[in-house]
Design a protein around this ligand. Structure first.
Ligand code: MN
Length: 489
């Protein structure tokens, strides 16, 4: 039997602090999970709200291949809500540790818990549900009691059993040993539900599989209460690539699913998160990137295409010619030696300021450098700006136009406006140029980001579009304007 995968992104994952999904969003994620190939989608807790009930109903009616599951307590109303919503199954938990029993069912004994569980399971079976039964907080409970509880559950016709590490205090050795012992005694499939409070969720889940677990509970991006549940992407990739255990997951859908969940839950994946983090397949230093371009396995354990993503090469102060050429080739550009030198210089200048440079930044720099003509009619020699809270922004520029030096000054509503006005005055004897549009973008976040300015100029019936890319918005604007002039004059 291949390993069963229960995805709890929409239940435990939605219990992540600050996450709340609409019915439509839950349905979108459920469809993505179905494509990803999970066996069981735990869609939520039908009893908890009208929205949850509607979400489970919508997912159940969507015609998905996966079994649709609702979370439930050992309570009749929870079972009814799940069945009424049309769920195929319930993941039903009974408190099993002393802490959980005394705080959730004060005054009740362990025998009472067994009796209530048996009644609940029998009722759920009457309502036609597949029952996956678990002891909540099992990892902190008396193991003899857990087995006693499970024996009664199986007698009451529970279809599957789950061992839950509710507060993430298990260790891999124990996970493996516990699964082995449960497998020895029980014939029904046994699942493991792990949390990441000590960073062991993936390891515990993998070791549970080694110990014979038939099913695992995981969530996309490791979402879940507190530190989260075991991350689907980590567990699946570790099982397949490190232990040679095949799963039914369509690995190419892993990254797109992660991005969808990130977008809809607004829980951002840390850049250094294994498999799906921004940096997981990003290379920066020049030596690494040139080696990786020759042979990708030098610094990558798996290739990014396997999980449906691309390698990302980031240029910084370590950038080498090889990595830039690779990006240029990807963009379809060719530069001569002089242009290459200029591109490299600009990239290193930004890298030295401690900024990361993305593909989009490189693209802007390359396009800016490539548009620069060898022979310039208009050349910027110098400029200065005075700007502040209570003075009119004033700029002076020194230009070389057709070999002649010209100094002009201008004022404006802001520093960019002032310097553009000064340049316009300086060139008015040569050309009457009009600024048609001015567009500015910060390519990456932060006030020290590369700024991309695109301007459109008009002279008579001729138009020119030019761009400037610098970390300084005024420099970028001046650069774009001057390049535009050079096209028009
Ligand atoms: Mn949980």
């Amino acid at each position: 039997m291949t390993l069963l995968i229960l995805d709890t992104t929409l239940r435990d994952g939605e219990q992540t602090p600050g996450v709340s999904l609409s019915v439509e969003q839950k349905l979108m994620i459920a469809e993505a999970l179905d494509k990803l190939g999970v066996d069981i989608i735990e869609g939520g807790t039908a009893i908890s709200s009208e929205g949850e009930f509607q979400a489970i109903k919508a997912i159940s009616q969507a015609g998905l291949k996966a079994e649709i599951c609702s979370f439930a307590r050992i309570k009749k109303e929870d079972i009814d809500a799940a069945a009424d919503a049309g769920a195929d199954s319930i993941f039903m938990v009974a408190p099993s540790s002393d802490i959980h029993i005394s705080s959730k069912f004060p005054g009740r004994s362990k025998e009472d818990i067994i009796e209530m569980s048996v009644e609940a399971i029998e009722y759920a079976k009457e309502r036609g549900l597949i029952v996956e039964f678990g002891g909540e907080d099992a990892s902190r409970a008396d193991f003899e009691f857990i087995k006693e509880l499970y024996r009664h559950a199986v007698d009451a016709k529970a279809d599957r059993l789950t061992f839950t590490d509710t507060v993430g205090v298990f260790v891999p050795e124990k996970a493996e040993k516990t699964m082995r012992e449960l497998k020895k005694e029980f014939k029904v499939p046994i699942a493991f539900h792990g949390h990441d409070d000590f960073g062991f969720a993936t390891a515990n889940t993998v070791f549970a599989v080694k110990g014979g677990a038939d099913e695992i509970h995981v969530a996309i991006n490791g979402l879940g209460e507190r530190a989260g549940n075991a991350a689907l992407e980590e567990v699946v990739m570790a099982l397949e690539f490190l232990y040679g255990i095949k799963t039914k997951i369509n690995k190419k859908s892993i990254y797109p699913t992660s991005k969808l969940v990130e977008k809809l839950t607004r829980v951002f994946v840390p850049p250094n998160k294994p498999i799906v983090g921004e940096n997981a397949f990003t290379h920066e230093s020049g030596i690494h990137t040139s080696a990786i371009l020759r042979n990708t396995t030098t610094y990558e354990p798996i290739s990014p295409e396997v999980i449906g993503r691309k390698r990302n090469i980031i240029l910084g102060k370590h950038a080498g010619g090889a990595s830039i050429e690779a990006i240029m080739e990807e963009l379809g550009y060719k530069a001569n030696k002089e242009q290459m030198r200029e591109i490299l210089a600009r990239i290193k200048e930004i890298g030295d300021k401690g900024k990361r440079i993305t593909d989009a930044d490189v693209r802007a720099i390359v396009e800016t450098v490539l548009q620069i003509k060898r022979e310039k009619k208009v050349e910027l020699l110098d400029f200065s700006i005075v700007s502040g809270a209570n003075i009119t922004p004033t700029a002076s520029v020194k230009l070389k136009i057709n070999g002649k030096e010209i100094v002009e000054a201008g004022v404006g509503v802001g520093p960019v406006d002032a310097v553009i006005n000064a340049i316009k005055k300086a060139v008015k004897d040569y050309a009457d140029v009009e600024l048609v549009s001015y567009h500015v973008d910060a390519i990456t976040g932060g006030t020290d980001a590369l700024v991309d300015v695109i301007i459109k100029l008009k002279r008579g019936d001729k138009f020119a579009t030019a761009r400037g890319a610098r970390t300084d918005i005024i420099m970028a604007s001046v650069e774009a304007f001057i390049e535009g002039l050079n096209i028009l004059i």
